[in-house]
Design a protein around this ligand. Structure first.
Ligand code: NAP
Length: 333
């Protein structure tokens, strides 16, 4: 028997409770199935929506175990890349949305959805990073691939105090960029400076959209968690051949812009989807995260550890905006 946080429908709503399950309760994961002893998971905004039943996150059948991230030890593997005893990371790829996710002490996951835990990264550190930090790394990689160089000028990160934004600030700083953090949270200023922000701007500077289709070119690059009018402003304010990596919609999903910055300045709008990121690129991103972040960064990134039992309360706090930084779930604790 093992413990798992299971979501089920009840009286038209969703109920989350920790239940005792057996191996045979876990849905099969296909011919390349890997059985895992899950060690840690994390709590992302999407997980908060799923656990509280407040968003259309679950696209699989109930009952289901949520949790879009996991790291665990391989117990048995039908996939060539994994052998018993190794540690593996799973993020996205429908985990915790269609397939059973990480809030369980045992899991069956398709091997093609896993990557090996890179050397130098502990399981708890991997979940401090989680989907948020992985998305931040993919965003930085996209800027690099579009020739945004550290000496080109400032790179701005919006939603900077959030899980993904804060790790993006740290990664850009480590790589030598001049980092500007855009935040709506005054209490986060010191935190963001500690992570490497060279300058902080109030998020209201971007929130109303641009006044003109092209404004003065302020940014060599941008990483955007917010979307909506914030992204429209960034597009209007990018320097010639600058790029913005768009991964979030914390402020809205509409985008009102013009083609002018694209055809007159050659700017690039780069879409980031961590969920379906191909596995080769995942391995590269995780390897780079392991190489770039050191102990000091993990100490600075605000991370709180909770147990399976704590997840429903922590989810409500997350959705109410009462959480800064990351929430790690100690699944065995
Ligand atoms: N594409 C992908 O693969 C992917 C992966 C992960 C997450 N996401 C999405 O990316 C976004 C951020 O994720 P996260 O995990 O970093 O979330 P998070 O920890 O909740 O952070 C979001 C941040 O956005 C800012 N914000 C919140 N509401 C806002 C509003 N109404 N207007 C402007 N700014 C607002 C806040 O930062 P400040 O207080 O500092 O302004 C907040 O801390 C979410 O939309 C999430 O769904 C996408």
């Amino acid at each position: 028997m093992f413990s798992a946080l299971v979501l089920d429908t009840e009286n038209g709503g969703v109920r989350a409770r920790v239940r005792q399950l057996e191996e045979r309760d876990l849905p099969a994961a296909g011919p390349d199935e890997v059985r895992l002893e899950v060690l840690y998971s994390s709590l992302n905004y999407k997980d908060g929506l799923a656990v509280t039943g407040s968003g259309q996150v679950i696209r699989g059948e109930y009952p289901i175990v949520p949790g879009i991230d996991l790291v665990g030890r391989v117990l048995r593997s039908n996939h060539d890349a994994f052998t018993e005893g190794e540690l593996a990371i799973g993020t996205g790829w429908q985990l915790g949305e269609v397939d059973w996710g990480g809030y369980t002490q045992r899991a069956k996951v398709a091997g093609r959805k896993l990557v090996p835990l890179p050397d130098g990264l502990s399981p708890a550190q991997a979940m401090t990073i989680g989907t948020a930090g992985f998305t931040a790394m993919l965003s930085v990689m996209a800027l690099e691939e579009h020739q945004v160089q550290p000496d080109d000028g400032e790179v701005v990160v919006t939603g900077a105090s959030g899980g993904a934004g804060s790790i993006a600030v740290a990664l850009l700083d480590i790589l030598g960029y001049d980092v500007v953090a855009s935040t709506g949270s005054e209490e986060a200023h010191e935190y963001l400076r500690g992570l490497g922000a060279d300058r902080i701007v109030d998020r209201r500077e971007f929130g109303d959209g641009p006044i003109r289709p092209m404004e003065s070119g302020a940014w060599a690059g941008a990483i955007d968690a917010v979307g909506g009018d914030t992204l429209a402003t960034l597009i209007a304010q990018l320097q010639r051949h600058g790029s913005v990596a768009s991964f979030g919609n914390a402020g809205g999903h509409d985008l009102h812009t013009t083609v002018l910055p694209f055809i007159l300045r050659g700017i690039n709008l780069l879409g980031i989807d961590s969920n379906t990121c191909p596995n080769d690129r995942r391995r590269t991103a995780w390897r780079r995260l392991a190489d770039l972040l050191d102990e000091n960064h993990y100490e600075r990134i605000r991370a709180r550890t909770v147990s399976l039992d704590d997840i429903p309360d922590a989810s409500r706090g997350l959705l109410a905006g009462q959480v800064q930084g990351r929430i790690v779930v100690n699944v065995q604790g």
